[in-house]
Ligand binder design. Structure first.
Ligand SMILES: Cc1cc2nc3c(=O)[nH]c(=O)nc-3n(C[C@H](O)[C@H](O)[C@H](O)COP(=O)(O)O)c2cc1C
Length: 350
């Protein structure tokens, strides 16, 4: 074996990246390697584990908006320089309709971590875009048990095979990494839009219905400490990464996505020509060109985010009124949708 020590750092909203890490550990143990696994939830200080010259670091994390989950990205930026080998497993959202399987898409979720760790001096030993059931239940209903099991059963063997090659040869790539590369590059502008704008909007799309009994399980388990209690109700901060843990684990199923709040808000704000109004008011001739376009876009985004922030404050206040709370509950699609957690996942293990 090329390695004798596997150290995994993982982040997992709903258990997929955790399961991928556990499968990696299983194979490493079969190969007689020493293993350790560490959640990066709420990480504050970077603690580098004991290493030797045959150490392999693995980073396992979900793909969010064609990016690595932002908390994992922050972790990688803070990761100390080194010379060891590193491997990346980004779990993606796979879907199954009838008999057809649909893969997820990584975008920057592989390329960016590789570049960061390479710059820090590490050797890239491999990468695996890994399709597990999609957990984006603000966007679509959770998959049925059958679809989840079918997707999971296809993946277990793939991880064992990948890990076997990696530990034996010291390098392993999955063909999907190369196959999807053109598409991954094509969606970079969308990935940037998600990272700098859309994820903040999504953070403000959660709320608790009047079924919430103030148990605070969501607050205790949020990986980014983004939920606070305001007047005995959960309130989502901008730092929320929409990892879906809170909405998927609320025992009362009281956490919902406020579709009837966020979609009309976004539409309304997107048609307001704020940047143009500022140019008019100050008599600025912005002209044409890429830079000017970027400035205009940025001004509109800053305005939209500020407006969403203010509207969410008012929205949270109004939710105290039962009829209003009920209105948003019955018009939230998630009220009617299945939740998703990787089968058998316990919230305390995430
Ligand atoms: C906010 C959000 C954004 C997502 N974006 C993507 C994406 O760009 N590409 C993709 O393949 N899957 C995407 N997904 C699906 C998750 O990456 C996928 O289900 C992942 O396996 C979840 O892992 P976890 O259970 O460890 O959090 C997204 C999920 C969420 C909640």
């Amino acid at each position: 074996m090329k390695f004798n020590n596997l150290i995994i750092y993982y982040l997992s909203g709903t258990g997929n990246a955790l399961k991928a890490s556990e499968w990696l550990i299983e194979k490493a143990s079969e190969c007689g390697m020493k293993t350790s696994i560490h959640s990066i939830d709420r990480f504050k200080d970077m603690v580098l584990r004991e290493t030797n010259d045959k150490t392999l670091f693995a980073f396992c994390y979900p793909t969010h908006g064609f990016n690595p989950a932002p908390l994992m990205l922050k972790f990688m930026f803070k990761f100390p320089r080194g010379k060891a080998d590193v491997v990346f497993v980004n779990t993606r959202g796979g879907l199954k309709f009838k008999k057809m399987y649909f893969p997820g898409l990584s975008g920057l979720a592989q390329i960016l971590p590789m570049a960061i760790l390479k710059i820090k001096g590490y050797k890239i030993a491999g990468s695996l875009p890994f399709d597990l059931p999609s957990n984006w239940i603000s966007l679509h209903p959770g998959l049925t048990n059958n679809a989840v099991n079918d997707i999971v059963n296809r993946r277990r063997g793939q991880m064992k095979n990948f890990a076997g090659r990696l530990f034996k040869n010291g390098k392993a790539y999955n063909y999907k990494f190369f196959l999807y590369m053109p598409l991954d590059i094509a969606v970079i502008p969308i990935a940037a839009g998600y990272y700098f704008f859309f994820r903040f909007v999504l953070a403000k799309s959660f709320y608790a219905t009047s079924d919430c009994n103030d148990c605070r399980i969501c607050v205790k388990n949020c990986p980014t400490e983004s939920i606070k209690i305001v007047g005995s109700r959960p309130y989502w901060k901008y730092t929320c990464e929409s990892c879906m843990r809170c909405i998927s684990t609320c025992p009362k199923k009281s956490i919902q996505t406020a579709h009837s709040f966020i979609i009309p808000m976004l539409y309304f704000l997107s048609v307001l020509p704020v940047a143009a109004a500022i140019y008019n008011a100050f008599n600025i001739n912005i002209g044409h060109g890429v830079l000017n376009y970027a400035i205009t876009k940025m001004l509109n985004w800053i305005f939209t985010l500020t407006a969403v922030f203010a509207a969410y404050l008012i929205f949270s206040f109004l939710l105290k009124l039962k009829p209003i709370n009920k209105f948003f509950e019955y018009t939230s699609l998630t009220r009617y949708w299945r939740r998703y957690l990787f089968p058998g996942t316990k919230i305390k293990n995430l």
